[in-house]
Design a protein around this ligand. Structure first.
Ligand SMILES: C[S@@+](CC[C@H](N)C(=O)[O-])C[C@H]1O[C@@H](n2cnc3c(N)ncnc32)[C@H](O)[C@@H]1O
Length: 215
């Protein structure tokens, strides 16, 4: 039987160099965008970090938010391994479950006070987001929960459009992502019944950090 392929690609090959590449292009700005709204997470929360990569955000979440428990759900076993090694090095493992998989690996009784999707929604087509990823994540978000997104948004400036096009082609080639263009994930979150509570533009307007809630 063939294994199910993740529409968001396979980042195993690129995992060892992903952070260095992101730093070369954006410096620390993508990391900063992910932490803008960490103060929105209440203490003792149960959190889902989906597609957190090599673990930088997880470290910040554990140090800043003091959560009760975290599910670190990563489609790439290599990324997951980097993240768990990082937590061991920093003696921060306590309340984290590291799980290889995607949103379909969530259990039917799992519910979270907070969900993070850091630079993950941009990997998917609108169809996949609308029909699969967003409904599955809404399903595990508690009624009063918050969904924190940091991601690329449609750029208006020429060089930013060229950079985004190059990044999508790059991840098509190296990770096999299926999307050809950036999905309008904000529109899809609204269509899923969520409301944007706060947003802050980052990286010269090509990234947005946002908090989404149920109205
Ligand atoms: C572009 S990288 C961003 C990594 C990290 N968030 C960062 O900003 O450094 C996307 C990450 O999402 C993971 N990913 C892709 N699709 C996923 C899915 N459906 N469920 C969980 N993780 C996924 C990839 O393995 C990869 O680590």
């Amino acid at each position: 039987m063939r294994a199910k392929t993740n529409a968001g690609g396979n980042f195993n090959w690129i995992a060892p160099v992903y952070d260095a590449l992101a730093f070369c292009v954006f410096g620390h700005r993508l990391q900063r965008a992910q932490t803008v709204f960490l103060d929105r997470i209440p203490p003792n929360a149960s959190l889902l970090i989906l597609g957190g990569g090599s673990g930088w955000l997880l470290e910040q979440v554990l140090l800043t938010c003091r959560p009760k428990q975290v599910l670190y759900l990563e489609a790439s076993s290599q990324m997951l391994s980097l993240a768990s090694q990082r937590m061991v090095r920093k003696s921060l493992v306590g309340s984290v479950e590291f799980r290889v998989g995607d949103e379909s690996s969530l259990k039917s009784d799992e519910r979270f006070d907070g969900i993070f999707t850091p630079f993950v929604l941009d990997l998917f087509t609108e169809q996949t987001l609308a029909s699969s990823m967003i409904p599955q994540l809404c399903n595990v978000l508690k009624t009063a929960g918050v969904w924190i997104v940091a991601d690329f948004v449609k750029p208006k400036i020429g060089w930013q459009k060229a950079l985004l096009w190059t990044m999508i082609r790059f991840f098509q080639l190296t990770a096999g992502i299926q999307t050809q263009r950036l999905a309008d994930w904000q529109k899809l979150l609204v269509e899923a019944g969520l409301t944007c509570e706060k947003c802050r533009t980052q990286v010269g307007g090509m990234v947005s950090a946002e908090v989404w809630i149920r109205p």
